[in-house]
Design a protein around this ligand. Structure first.
Ligand code: ZN
Ligand code: ZN
Length: 421
């Protein structure tokens, strides 16, 4: 029996508790930077398992360190925040929570990105590794970060001195639950998740009466023209082989049908796999917005503000090969190659700051039968709710078990004695 087999053989002992913890967390989601209840529970459990715990790192971040003799230091990471989404999954443990967002607005909150799975799996892996210290040597760091969804949680922990407060890690590992057959784990070397930016663009008009457009500069029409024009950024200015996404996710102007407002506000989201493509899109957006404002006779230059920037997730080749080999040995044909994802993550901010390699893998969260049926019918995009959808809900098992085993398996690729046992 390998060290992995010995340790995960104990999963049955923690399953009921982990499932109860997960359901409770799912019913108590917290927005980015507000993960106080979650962080409290995480810290309490880590302490119970024997970790040295630091709370309040970068706001609500929690780190646990388990020193177990000389050997490599492995950092495992989970994100804790939920989203302003009204859950519509029909689950008996669905969230009905509301909270005030950063802008003071009351919003529904749900774990629509599955970070509750990540927290539950990392706690489970921490417990299994703590209970079986005889099977490995080295140091295990479990990092629970806040505010992944706003892209600043990992950086916040680094800025708060994270790296001076923990032993220097040799490698950083993390995972995300995504649509895919539950029970599978997907690795991919190289660029895996896109870099991303959001932009807020305010364009100005001249307000007036809806019956007298000749006296105004109408920012609603201006915004509409910009939105249509922006559709040519990816289709006409980015090379067909390059991956790029530009979405106008919000457009706000006006209060009443017969008033022409004096401004319109657009919110854009951009994704790409290269800094060059990113710059090309940014430049094209600025150029088009300025030109459309000029064409409309806008009385004031537009304002452009960039926010929620995420780095590229670029998996280290050697680290990914090592994890993929460990997954193949443990999961057999449930270890697959993952496709590139146009989602984004701030996980890599920690290993980048520490100057260490990292890899980030996907675990499937969809009922296997439903996924295979949708795949066969060519209807995955229509029938399988993706992350951030009000209907996104990973199946409990084998998702939790697989995510827990994946973390243990990957960590042991560094921590288990090479001679075997
Ligand atoms: Zn998300
Ligand atoms: Zn997420």
């Amino acid at each position: 029996m390998s060290n992995v087999d010995v340790i995960v053989a104990d999963y049955g002992g923690l399953q009921a508790d982990q499932e109860a913890f997960y359901k409770d967390l799912h019913q108590h989601p917290e927005l980015s930077h507000q993960e106080r209840r979650t962080a409290g529970q995480v810290a309490e459990r880590l302490q119970e398992y024997g970790f040295a715990v630091q709370s309040g790192v970068g706001g609500t971040g929690v780190v646990g360190v388990l020193s177990n003799g000389s050997g490599p230091t492995v950092l495992l990471r989970a994100d804790m925040d939920a989203l302003p989404v009204r859950e519509d999954t029909g689950a008996e443990y669905a969230s009905t929570v509301t909270a005030r967002d950063a802008g003071g607005q009351e919003v529904p909150v749900a774990h629509a990105c599955g970070h509750d799975v990540h927290v539950s799996c990392l706690l489970g892996a921490g417990k299994l590794l703590a209970d079986h210290r005889g099977q490995w040597n080295g140091t295990l760091i479990t990092l629970f970060q806040p505010a992944e969804e706003t892209g600043d949680g990992a950086r916040g922990m680094v800025d708060d001195g994270l790296l001076g407060r923990i032993p220097a890690p040799d490698v950083a590992l993390a995972q995300h639950v995504l649509p895919g057959v539950a029970g599978t784990v997907g690795t991919r070397p190289g660029p895996f998740l896109t870099e991303a930016d959001s932009m807020k663009i305010t364009v100005y008009g001249r307000g007036g009466h809806g019956s007298m457009p000749q006296n105004t500069v109408d920012p609603v029409v201006l915004a509409a023209l910009i939105i249509v024009r922006l559709q040519t950024v990816v289709s006409r200015e980015v090379a067909p082989g390059e991956t790029a996404v530009l979405t106008v996710g919000s457009c706000q102007a006006g209060t009443k049908s017969n008033i022409i407002p004096d401004r319109a506000v657009l919110q854009l989201n951009l994704r790409s796999y290269s800094g060059q493509t990113r710059q090309r899109m940014m430049d094209a957006i600025q150029r088009m917005v300025r030109a459309e404002c000029q064409a409309s006779g806008s009385p004031q230059e537009p304002d452009c503000e960039t926010f929620d920037s995420f780095p590229l997730t670029d998996n280290d080749q050697d680290t990914t090969s090592k994890v993929a080999a460990a997954f193949r040995a443990h999961f057999g044909d449930r270890a697959v190659e993952a496709g590139q994802q146009t989602a984004s993550e701030d996980f890599s901010d920690v290993p980048r700051a520490a100057g260490i390699p990292y890899t980030y893998w996907a675990i499937g969260g969809t009922d296997p039968q439903a996924y295979r049926a949708a795949e066969k019918a060519g209807r995955i995009q229509d029938d399988i709710p993706a992350n951030h959808s009000p209907k996104f809900l990973p199946v409990l098992q084998p998702t939790l078990r697989t995510g827990t085993e994946a973390l243990v398996t990957a960590a042991l690729a560094w921590l288990a004695p090479q001679s075997g046992s």
